[in-house]
Design a protein around this ligand. Structure first.
Ligand code: WT7
Length: 651
């Protein structure tokens, strides 16, 4: 049985950075009374400025907010160089390969590699401040090194998750107008090599004239196609570079990176983050939410291709001077005890993963945790999707042995770092609940009129004041930036940042995230836009129309459910067709976007003005009763037809 509330453990509270709710409220009060003073204090304390900032927050061109104007800093210096005095021989990155390979980089060694790589980018590829570099990398130290090398010379990186297809990679390269692509031959997964370089070759076949060179790290040693004059070996070039490289002084607002993410409409958006505000909050949340101590070993299982990997594998931990683990493999290889074995081996103190992984490991290896000594663990984190009470309980009892705090961290690519989360030494935790906004974050649940929603009622999850690590813009599309985030919700008549999520507050002020209110599906904690998946499905020659919705999935949280109308209703082999459609999705986006269900229907429920009623399709996919008014549909009878097709498919 789950308790209602889990009090913080005495031994965590006593030397935690935030020890109790009084301290939490005191910090919140500080932020409420003097918002700019609150942030200025931390910015001065945490960042090793080359030149101090003159202005804390500039709201004159809202929602294009500016933080810490006039300040100069360098994020690679903040993450690496400034630690060399006190931590030069401390492990910065512990790499564990899929095959058990191990590589440990101290802060000194990391500085050495980052500087050589930065010099290589500058000298060999002519990368200058502001140039874009796309990283299409596996989970190897060179991914982090390349990110930091970009930061060191002021180049803007755009990491593309290694699971994305050539087509998806190409779109991102073109949108960012990248000059250089850094990749590897491939890597290892589940004991076998897999390839990345051929995907880059495919992506560059047409339309990527902006790319002048491809820099290839050797990881799996497999044969790859080589294009002389375009492809260069990282391992060869790096040998000749100097390990000394001055950090480029960057303005606080200079972009640090772009990261593409899905929206409810159109193509993925290049979320643009700043230098100072981003790194400040990455470091602060790392310290507060994981309650990091000097000798801790911290492990986040995400991939560097997502924001979690950016903020909580690379930038946050390193800015905080922590030891961060990078794991190339998957949690279920060679068996579902891999993570717990690694926790024992490295004596991991904080473990951070997605509810999907917890559900999978529970299902595949319920007895595995017992085989290992997990007593080093203090804080367990979850991210990316709501965690259900059953998964929460298993995590708490079996992994944490009832002794760890579980931090259910709510945030987004756009927020840069955590927004709502328990604090391990302070917050009495309600299972499966993100609890309270972090100090300094003005998170509010409001209704259409900007009024706080009553207790127990769903509203819009908004952040009503700008915060340092917020998205600054959408690359190449400022209009979309304003419309996507500041178009829907207003408070006191002024547009405020809307997350796209619904949420509820309970009688004790606890916040529960209820999920997206837009056409975004959350598959295994990864965001998928319905429009993107639909555009991919439409590329199949036999498809006339398609609508895609999310459907609850036991392991993934949500799965993708597609309703497809074919061009001809001649007898077609629908099973083969469904496979073909998923293959098109793999080509256009990647395996993460394949549909769990594809049903073929004669038509879609459309209003007379031609709008597809997705809500009805969502209800049908879930097997729910249709409560929506169907009388406005062009053909109300289609609902019954689709229902009976779905029922006959899923029995
Ligand atoms: C969306 C953001 C944040 C890094 C990983 C995903 C959902 C995220 C939680 C949570 C419930 C969550 C939201 C959000 N989400 N964390 N703890 N509880 N939902 O980043 O791809 O930008 O997705 O993930 O719906 O909007 P992302």
């Amino acid at each position: 049985m789950l308790q209602n509330i889990y009090q913080p453990h005495e031994e965590h509270s006593k030397d935690a950075r935030i020890k109790n709710m009084e301290e939490y409220h005191a910090l919140m009060n500080e932020a409420n009374t003097d918002y700019e003073g609150f942030w200025a204090k931390y910015a001065n304390e945490k960042i090793d400025w080359f030149k101090p900032f003159d202005k804390v927050l500039d709201e004159s061109n809202a929602p294009f907010y500016r933080w810490f104007d006039g300040g100069k800093l360098n994020v690679a210096h903040q993450c690496v160089d400034r630690h060399l005095d006190s931590r030069k021989n401390k492990a910065a990155i512990i790499f564990e390969g899929d095959n058990g390979d191990q590589r440990i980089l101290t802060y000194r060694e990391l500085a050495y590699e980052v500087n050589k790589t930065a010099n290589m980018f500058k000298n060999q590829f002519d990368i200058k401040k502001g140039d874009r570099v796309v990283l299409y990398m596996p989970m190897i130290p060179e991914a982090a090194i390349s990110m930091l090398a970009c930061a060191k010379i002021g180049a803007i990186h755009s990491v593309v998750f290694g699971g994305f297809s050539a087509e998806a990679l190409k779109d991102r390269i073109i949108d960012a107008e990248a000059k250089l692509v850094v990749t590897s031959d491939g890597a290892f997964r589940k004991g076998s090599p897999y390839m990345l370089k051929p995907v880059v070759d495919d992506a560059l076949k047409s339309g990527c004239e902006c790319v002048k060179a491809v820099c290839v790290v050797e990881r799996n040693g497999e044969d790859i196609h080589w294009e002389d004059g375009r492809d260069y070996s990282y391992n060869e070039l790096i040998k000749n570079e100097s390990p000394v490289c001055d950090a480029e002084p960057m303005d606080s607002e200079d972009p640090l990176f772009l990261l593409y993410t899905s929206g409810s409409t159109g193509k993925p958006k290049g979320v643009q983050h700043s230098s100072a505000g981003y790194i400040l909050w990455a470091q602060m949340t790392m310290e507060w939410v994981f309650d990091l101590k000097e000798n801790d070993t911290y492990w986040c299982t995400a991939d560097v291709g997502w924001i979690t990997g950016h903020t909580y594998i690379v930038y946050g931990p390193l800015a905080a001077g922590a030891t961060t683990i990078m794991f190339e493999g998957v949690p279920t290889f060679p068996d579902a005890g891999r993570c717990w074995k690694m926790v024992e081996e490295y004596q991991v103190n904080q473990f951070y993963t997605a509810p999907t992984a917890i559900r999978l490991l529970h299902k595949m290896g319920a007895d595995e945790p017992k085989k290992y000594n997990l007593s080093s663990l203090r804080t367990l984190g979850t991210v990316g999707e709501p965690i259900d009470p059953a998964a929460w309980k298993w995590y708490y009892d079996e992994i944490g042995n009832g002794k760890c705090a579980i931090v259910d961290t709510y945030w987004q690519t756009e927020t840069g770092g955590h927004m709502i989360s328990p604090l391990p030494g302070a917050t009495p935790i309600k299972p499966a609940c993100a609890t309270f906004p972090l100090p300094g974050i003005m998170a509010e649940i409001i209704d259409e009129n900007g009024e706080p929603t009553p207790i127990g009622e769903k509203g819009f999850m908004c952040i009503t004041k700008p915060w340092p690590s917020m998205i600054r813009d959408i690359w190449n599309d400022s209009d979309r930036f304003v419309k996507s985030y500041f178009g829907d919700c207003k408070k006191d008549g002024k547009p405020v940042y809307f997350t796209g999520d619904g949420a509820m507050i309970d009688e004790d002020g606890y916040i529960t995230i209820t999920g997206r209110t837009d056409d975004v599906i959350n598959v295994s904690g990864h965001r998928m836009g319905t429009a993107e998946v639909e555009a991919a499905v439409k590329k199949h020659a036999s498809v006339a129309a398609v609508a895609v919705v999310g459907k609850p999935h036991e392991i993934k949280g949500e799965g993708i459910f597609a309703y497809v109308v074919l061009k001809t209703d001649d007898n077609v082999a629908i099973e083969a067709l469904a496979k073909e459609i998923n293959n098109v999705i793999k080509q256009e986006i990647g395996a993460i976007a394949v549909c769990d269900d594809i049903v073929f229907v004669p038509d879609l429920p459309k209003t007379r003005s031609g709008k597809i009623m997705r809500r009805i399709l969502r209800s049908i996919a879930k097997g729910e009763e249709i409560t929506q008014d169907t009388s406005t549909l062009e053909d109300p009878s289609i609902v019954k037809t689709i229902e009976s097709i779905v029922n006959s498919c899923t029995i």
